[in-house]
Design a protein around this ligand. Structure first.
Ligand code: SF4
Length: 275
């Protein structure tokens, strides 16, 4: 199984129990998808969802929205911030009230406020295209998992292969949720991550912590205790031959272990675990 295949398989398995449920996740209506995506830019999905529910009730099609004033849309948008998004959405609704999505397919990025991510989300969710919707969360996951520097190029090259035999929608939703819950931008939950040793970032971190551990006091203490639990009447000079460490450092560690009551040193020669 190659790395792309492992990524896909594990991610989809994870998403079975972890996908967030929202009404728009069932729709194939491009207007609803566009509306949600514009609202969700720079906004937490749960918060965006409550605004989306109000908007879609009032504007089930672009035609309804196209008739309202800038003042009205800004009033509804209040609390979401980045007010330009609301004004661009209004412009978009005016364009879409005269032109259907199908008539501008697949160039949805000609619409004001629609970037590559929203375009791909519409293509995936409404048109079932084999595309990966790439926002910063998605690019971060790819960068970390595959250990690559140019995730956009990587995705362009591999998306057809990754999305082979699966619904792109399911995959895109899984990525969204995984980036939100596990592979977060700060403090990702690597210790509970489904990918662990398959993830390049995870392995890089493991390597770093191992090299930090190597030769550290912690490692030497561990080796001493292990040796003492497995052997009787250990002589300090023998121990020094077995454990690679500077003599001064080793003496300090032995002294510390003795002070902590962990070991007993007899006649400055023999050591054993304290009883
Ligand atoms: S192991 Fe960590 S960095 Fe890698 S995908 Fe999982 S959470 Fe992200």
């Amino acid at each position: 199984m190659n790395k792309e295949h492992i990524f896909k398989k594990k991610l989809l398995y994870w998403s079975k129990k972890n996908t967030r449920k929202y009404s728009w996740r069932k729709t194939q209506d491009p207007w609803k998808i566009l509306l949600l995506e514009v609202i969700a830019q720079q906004t937490q999905l749960d918060r965006a969802n409550s605004y989306y529910e109000d908007f879609i009730k009032k504007f089930p099609t672009p035609q309804e929205m196209s008739k309202i004033s800038k003042k009205d849309i800004l009033r509804m948008w209040s609390g979401l911030g980045y007010n330009n998004r609301a004004l661009r959405l209004l412009e978009t609704s005016k364009i879409l009230s005269k032109n259907s999505f199908d008539s501008i397919y697949p160039d949805f990025d000609i619409l004001p406020g629609v970037g590559k991510y929203t375009k791909n989300a519409i293509l995936s969710f409404a048109y079932k295209e084999k595309v990966i919707a790439q926002d910063t969360n998605v690019l971060r996951i790819f960068t970390r998992f595959f250990g690559i520097k140019e995730p956009e190029k990587f995705i362009e090259k591999n998306q057809l292969n990754i999305l082979k035999n699966i619904q792109s929608r399911k995959f895109n939703e899984a990525l969204m949720d995984f980036g939100n819950k596990i592979c977060t931008s700060k403090n990702p939950s690597c210790s509970i991550c489904i990918f662990d040793k398959y993830c390049s970032k995870f392995m890089e971190n493991e390597k770093k912590s191992k090299s930090k551990f190597k030769g550290s006091n912690r490692e030497i203490r561990g080796k001493i205790i292990k040796h003492l639990t497995e052997n009787k009447n250990v002589n300090i000079s023998d121990l020094k031959k077995i454990i690679t460490a500077e003599e001064k450092k080793l003496n300090e560690i032995l002294k510390k272990l003795e002070n902590e009551g962990m070991i007993t040193i007899k006649n400055k020669k023999l050591i054993e675990i304290s009883s």
